[in-house]
Design a protein around this ligand. Sequence first.
Ligand code: GDP
Length: 446
Amino acid sequence: MIFESLSDRLQQTFKKLRGHGKLTEDDVNEAMREVRMALLEADVNFKVVKNFVKTVKERAIGQDILQTLTPAQVVIKIVDEELTALMGGTQSRIHMSSQPPTIIMMVGLQGAGKTTSAGKLGLSLKQQGKRPLLVADDIYRPAAVKQLEVIGASLGLPVFKMAPGTDAVAIARGAVDYAQSHLNDVIIIDTAGRLQVDERLMNELKDIKGNVHPHEILLVVDAMTGQEAVNVAQSFHNQLGLDGVVMTKLDGDARGGAALSIKAVTGVPIKFVGMGEKLDPLEPFHPDRMASRILGMGDVLSLVEKAQQTFDEAEAKKMAKKLRKDEFTLDDFLAQMQQVKKLGSLENILGMIPGMGGLKKQLAGQDIDLDGKEMRHIEAIIRAMTPKERANISIINGSRRKRIAMGSGTHVQDVNKLLKQFAEMKKMMKKMKKMQGGKKGLPNFG
Ligand code: GDP
């Protein structure tokens, strides 16, 4: 899993920190020593680590946060913000030319995932309503042309190629002409790669650049090569000038050093990430979401986006307000459960929620089954209650429990279990709200 080992290390460090009521400067220093080790072990560039730790320490100790009620939370918030900044702060997008076609040149070493990413990028653009043209411009490896053709065919994207022996610049120019006459508004040029950076390759790429003036030069690097990816990016950037990086194979990169260093070292932002061999759309890179994931805070924004596509917004706002004001009732609980069912598997959802580990285990123990009998029981029990009871479960005493069980065709134990679950859930929500206190990027529940 991406960043798994780094994520584990950092979370352990912060867990220790949370154990302290108040923090001393020594506690912060100790935690920062561990953060430093964790980052170095993740293969983050040495200088980047040094600056990072220094900045976090200065912010943490400088702002009198040690006096706040939840200093550990504030330290984590600072680390989160600085990790986000390290990776570029905000999402970097590709520039689309106002005069089509937009020309995108994909460059990189052999095996980095250039051809695959060209296809994935084409698919993303197609899904956005563009008409991309893939260009086979690797003149040295016939297999590379074939590979692009196969990818193009499977994604329904046209592929431009010329007779073997044509030089790379002529192909690129030919592609621009072709695109203009065939109304392709984006051209994605898959250039040749080499095993390592060499002068001939660079000259060829410079030639293509000088002739077709791409709007966007994207370097594709393999995250698993760690600091080597950073070095490759630096030399391509020095010689060619890059607009962005596509970092592939993050799905297999437990350490994450390249992803964390590349922007800080080269100044070039990661624009997309590759998360697998499958030809899915290329994923845009969001520094803030990545930081949250690294710190085990889930990816709430992606969850919210997904939810927005599913839920009625006005309804969601109403619920959010209730949650915030702690007015969430059993009626709301039922409505939410029915909504959540539409979102997909429980496991998937929990994966995006902060603190999911504990929550997942807790739910597993209680065996909540959103689709089956249990759901119907819950619904029946809640419907058997009076409005007053639903709004305030504390009035539900023993005799009321018996009546509700009778009315819903269930047992008193079932009623007890539901009430317990509901109380637990409210407690959990309070905890989560506290945990996220003020963190930017997280939903503020309304
Ligand atoms: P190129 O030589 O740079 O054009 O690289 P290819 O596109 O041929 O990719 C090399 C290998 O890496 C292929 O087996 C791809 O399926 C694989 N690959 C590409 N991107 C990813 C990714 O994001 N994750 C994983 N796991 N494999 C990838």
